[in-house]
Design a protein around this ligand. Structure first.
Ligand SMILES: Cc1cc2nc3c(=O)[nH]c(=O)nc-3n(C[C@H](O)[C@H](O)[C@H](O)COP(=O)(O)O)c2cc1C
Length: 154
């Protein structure tokens, strides 16, 4: 089985979680590929301040993971643009969200809600999701348990 982890990461947090997930999948003998969405410009300045430089494909994957940071109490505009421009997978996806604040109502849940609605418009859904609160004491457990759950679905 092949898992494709499509991610955007500005400062490395989301990439780090994706790598933990990929390592678990590979340890079991399955394939996991990390595919980064890259941009030109500065997504931190809003949707008009950047362009997608690469929109990785999910066509060849059996399992798709979409991984993104929270920005401005919502899903990163980079992942929003990706969902808009790339063809989202036509099957349920696994979702990783990372955010700075310790509580998920400070952006994580809103980001997941945005992702869920965008996928629904395209006829699919969120199969499983994890939110990592970077400044929470529970962060390490969130990453460990969340990557276990997402890896187990392969
Ligand atoms: C422009 C911008 C806006 C952000 N807004 C939020 C926010 O509303 N809530 C939050 O918890 N974290 C916010 N963050 C923090 C990131 O979500 C957090 O640091 C995340 O883990 C970064 O992931 P990355 O290192 O993969 O880019 C923001 C970061 C940036 C750059």
């Amino acid at each position: 089985m092949k898992m494709a982890i499509i991610l955007y990461s500005g400062t490395g947090n989301t990439r780090g979680v994706a790598e933990r997930l990929a390592t678990k999948v590979r340890a079991r003998g399955d394939q996991a590929e990390i595919r980064e969405i890259t941009v030109t410009g500065d997504p931190g300045k809003g949707a008009d301040a950047f362009q997608l430089a690469s929109t990785p494909s999910t066509d060849d994957a059996d399992v798709v993971v979409l991984a993104s940071p929270v920005m401005a109490f919502s899903l990163s505009p980079v992942m929003k643009a990706y969902l808009d421009q790339a063809k989202p997978p036509q099957r349920p996806v696994r979702v990783v969200i990372t955010q700075h604040f310790p509580r998920s109502w400070m952006g994580g849940r809103q980001a997941l809600g945005w992702m869920t609605r965008a996928l629904k418009r395209n006829g699919t859904s969120v199969a499983e999701a994890m939110i990592v609160n970077w400044t929470s004491k529970a962060r390490e457990k969130q990453i460990e348990d969340g990557t276990d759950r997402l890896a187990a679905l392969v």
